[in-house]
Design a protein around this ligand. Structure first.
Ligand code: ADP
Ligand code: MG
Length: 485
């Protein structure tokens, strides 16, 4: 950090000239790349020296060296040759002292001020023909950009099938899973895909809350009949989060009739919820309708899928993060894809506001996962190692077995006595929730149970914990011991 480590020994006047020349070079380079790339890779860079045929370009971080050599050496040389035709060669030099050193490197934000506005997904509504209100389908959601992994393969395939042949085999299509795992994405993407091939189709996407509001409004204004006829003209009805129809008898009733009418007309209905149909607190008739077609669960992504999602999302955000940083995030998160996005959004903010290229350390700060261990010196890659390891499933089994004084062998076994059943279900539930272990894998671990058995166990214990503060406390204790919360 100190100027003592500064390696350039050029007089100040010369420095200024070099700076000006470098700004000129950057002006040529900048329009040819995305702003985020430009900021990421050219921040705190400098022209350190120049002789008749060679320029020395200084880079603040060792990790950017390869990237520059691979991606920017040619364009940079070309740019400088446009300004000074005698230059034949670029030499790169990594100099940590360039970081935030305004004497030598230039402030990109001052010289290149425009900040591109980030596009935010629209939340508007559209009035469809006949006055039905549909949320605008967000074009950001497409089936192609949905990363497929073991937890969502079936759901994705079903959506694809529906998008090709709506109203056919998979009708209705019912997707369920925890929040933040991609249900809305899949629903909207399916709607988008249908509209692509059938631009005239009336594809209506609504949430169960909006649908309820429409029913309430129709009752108030005595226009129920009108609402009914309108909905019956829909080609594809997508309704998100139907668990919220619980206790809304009149809305359920209306939905039931709309559903039947559409279904009989071979119109596609796509539904999502946070749990499987039979666990919904809805009218039995609705539940049985929901169970008629295709049911697919969307569960938490495993490590590889998380990593693939991160790679995809960084491109989406025009953010360029080192693979090691992405791996770190994938390793230290579980469950929700929304959480992954949240971390990336903060990384974007960090580098847009502070012009700070996210590193493992800064990401760990964002995630609140930074260890204070003084042994954690920066290693030769320039990253800090984070020594704290995330709990493994083995840790989880051990903790649970200790807590309830039952053996791991019993836990994975087949005994159904209460004393063993509860810890077993807890381990399954926590493994699913925190470690993103799939139902199928859990089934294998627990004496080759069928994944639906595991699924039932998980939702059973989850429900139980809702109503039983003691059980919830016990689970929390285990979670805390493993630092999962
Ligand atoms: P849900 O409706 O299940 O709560 P969302 O569909 O809103 O979840 O997903 C949360 C965010 O995560 C969205 O921005 C979505 O695009 C993204 N997402 C979830 N799963 C994936 C995936 N497999 N590939 C790409 N993006 C995903
Ligand atoms: Mg959703």
């Amino acid at each position: 950090m100190s100027s003592a480590s500064s390696s350039a020994v050029l007089p100040a006047v010369e420095d200024r000239k070099l700076q000006d020349l470098w700004v000129e070079v950057l002006r040529i380079l900048e329009p040819n790349m995305q702003r985020s790339q430009f900021i990421t890779w050219f921040r705190d860079t400098a022209l350190l020296g120049k002789d008749n045929t060679t320029i020395i370009v200084g880079l603040p971080l060792p990790m950017s060296l390869n990237w520059h050599m691979e991606h920017y050496r040619g364009p940079t040389l070309e740019a400088i040759q446009g300004l000074d035709s005698t230059i034949e060669k670029i030499v790169y030099k990594v100099d940590g002292a360039l970081k935030d050193n305004r004497e030598r490197s230039i402030d990109l934000l001052i010289h290149f001020p425009e900040l591109k506005k980030r596009k935010m997904p629209g939340r508007q509504e559209v009035k469809m023909a006949e006055g039905i209100i549909s949320k605008i389908l967000n074009p950001r959601y497409s089936l192609e950009r949905f990363i497929v992994g073991s937890g969502n393969r079936l759901a994705h395939a079903a959506c694809q099938a529906v998008s090709i042949n709506p109203g056919d085999k998979y009708n209705p299509l019912f997707l369920y899973g925890d929040v933040g795992l991609g249900k809305t994405h899949l629903l909207q993407a399916t709607g988008n895909a249908i509209l692509k091939t059938m631009p005239k189709a009336a594809v209506v996407y609504t949430t169960s809350e909006d649908f309820t509001n429409q029913v309430v409004e129709a009752i108030r204004t005595q226009k129920m009949e009108k609402l009914r006829t309108r909905y019956r003209k829909v080609d594809v009805l997508i309704i998100d989060d139907v668990q919220f129809l619980a206790n809304k008898e009149r809305t359920q009733e209306e939905f039931f009739h709309t559903f039947n009418a559409l279904y009989e007309d071979n119109k596609q209905v796509i539904i999502s919820a946070d749990r499987p149909p039979q666990e919904l607190k809805l009218d039995d008739r609705l539940v049985s309708r929901f169970s008629r077609g295709m049911i697919a669960d969307v569960s938490a992504p495993d490590y590889e899928t998380r990593l693939a999602i991160l790679v995809e999302k960084t491109q989406d955000f025009e953010l360029f993060l080192d693979m090691k940083v992405l791996e770190f995030i994938a390793e230290h998160t579980t469950g929700s894809v929304r959480d992954l996005e949240g971390i990336l959004m903060q990384a974007v903010a960090q580098y847009e506001l502070e012009q700070r290229m996210p590193t493992i350390k800064s990401i760990a700060e964002i995630m609140g996962k930074l260890t204070q261990n003084p042994m954690d010196e920066a290693n030769d890659t320039g990253f800090e190692k984070v020594v704290k390891k995330r709990a493994t499933f083995q840790d989880l089994m051990e903790s649970t077995s200790r807590y309830y004084s039952v053996s791991i062998q019993d836990m994975v076994g087949t005994s159904r006595v209460h004393e063993i059943l509860i810890p077993r279900q807890i381990a399954m539930y926590l493994g699913k929730k925190h470690l993103g272990i799939t139902y199928v894998r859990l089934g294998e671990i627990f004496s080759n149970r069928d994944h639906t058995t595991v699924m039932n166990a998980v939702s059973k214990i989850e429900r139980k914990a809702h109503n039983d503060p003691n059980l919830l406390r016990e689970m929390r204790a285990i979670e805390r011991e493993l630092e999962l919360v």
